[in-house]
Design a protein around this ligand. Structure first.
Ligand SMILES: Nc1ncnc2c1ncn2[C@@H]1O[C@H](COP(=O)(O)OP(=O)(O)OP(=O)(O)O)[C@@H](O)[C@H]1O
Length: 312
């Protein structure tokens, strides 16, 4: 086993999505979404296809800015951070993007499997021996050690996925984000993956966000399961409660679609949310047309009280 890359155990930061509303091509995707990831915990985000899981991940990675609301890491707003803060945020976050293709997994197509890992570890103050030890450990863990010199495009889709996972884990960042974790993996490889994520989390105390459709995987990994439906978090809690009695993906979809009382966000309401004044800083304003009647009522009430006092 290798030690943490930094040489010290990073404790993951708190991550908060507050009141996030976002449209893509005028279609509401996230609507007044709130989600808290407690430091050092594993949150598994689940939800029907198209509910906004990847969009939420892209907000955290800084790739999509919320139309409204904030995404913060230990209180630092990801989308309002200065350059130095942003650099620090990026160094502290390791993200696996969904999809097994070279493009989707953001692997470097011209670099071998080994060099993809070595590149990710570059600039972290590690000796070449240490880089080699970590890279080979991760390749072995994902059963790719005999493909170290292979280009990503020469690997099968599940091999590329495992390579992308190996690269994401190698960095041992305080924030670990794994989008569409199980996509393209068979059961045996999924078990290997769960073991690797658990091992890393237990050792480093990272704050972990995983998106998946796999109920067994969610039960295995999650401290907290958050359910996203139509761009809103409709339920959040421990897997023992939220996934109790859920047998398969259809069962899951049925249960949580039912709990989504509000349905898809209304485009008009979303536009108003994006255009309107900031709700968190909203002040109560008196309509000027109500000023005169309000003063008359106040004067009447005061006179009546005075009358009662004087006539006692
Ligand atoms: N670049 C884009 N252009 C247009 N629409 C987009 C784009 N990205 C996402 N969307 C839309 O946003 C909605 C949410 O998509 P997203 O990929 O975040 O959902 P998801 O929950 O991750 O889905 P899945 O489980 O299938 O990966 C979908 O309706 C999708 O069509």
């Amino acid at each position: 086993m290798t030690g943490p890359v930094s040489g010290a155990s990073p404790r993951g930061p708190a991550i908060d999505f507050t009141d996030v509303t976002t449209t893509i091509d005028d279609t509401p995707v996230l609507f007044r979404l709130g989600l808290h990831l407690a430091p050092g915990t594993v949150t598994v985000l689940m939800g029907p296809s198209g509910s906004g899981k990847t969009t939420l991940v892209r907000h955290l990675a800084g790739l999509v800015a919320p139309g409204r609301g904030t995404v913060t890491v230990d209180g630092v707003d990801v989308h309002a951070a200065g350059e130095a803060q942003l650099r620090q945020l990026r160094r502290g976050m390791s993200v696996l993007f969904g999809g097994p293709s070279v493009f989707e997994s953001s692997l470097f197509g011209s670099l071998s499997a080994y060099d993809n890992l070595a590149y990710a570890l570059d600039g972290r103050g590690l000796s070449p021996e240490r880089v080699e030890r970590i890279a080979m450990h991760r390749l072995r863990e994902m059963r790719l050690h005999d493909r170290a010199d292979t280009l990503p495009a020469e690997l099968p889709a599940h091999g590329r996925k495992r390579l992308a996972i190996a690269r994401t884990l190698a960095v041992e960042a305080p924030v670990l984000v794994l989008d569409e974790l199980e996509t393209g993996l068979d059961a045996a490889h999924a078990d290997t993956l769960v073991a690797a994520v658990r091992e890393q989390h237990e050792r480093t105390g990272a704050t972990v966000l995983v998106t998946t459709h796999d109920i067994a995987l969610a039960r295995e990994l999650a401290d907290t399961v958050a359910i996203l439906c139509h761009g809103r978090i409709v339920a959040c809690g421990p897997p023992s409660e939220l996934l109790h009695g859920v047998t398969d993906a259809d069962d899951f979809d049925r249960r949580f679609r039912i709990s989504d009382f509000l349905g898809p966000p209304d485009p008009e309401a979303t536009r108003a949310e994006l255009d309107g004044p900031r709700r968190r800083s909203r002040t109560i304003e008196l309509d000027p047309r109500l000023l005169v009647p309000a003063l008359v009522v106040l004067a009447l009430v005061t006179s009546y009280c005075l009358f009662l006092l004087l006539t006692r």
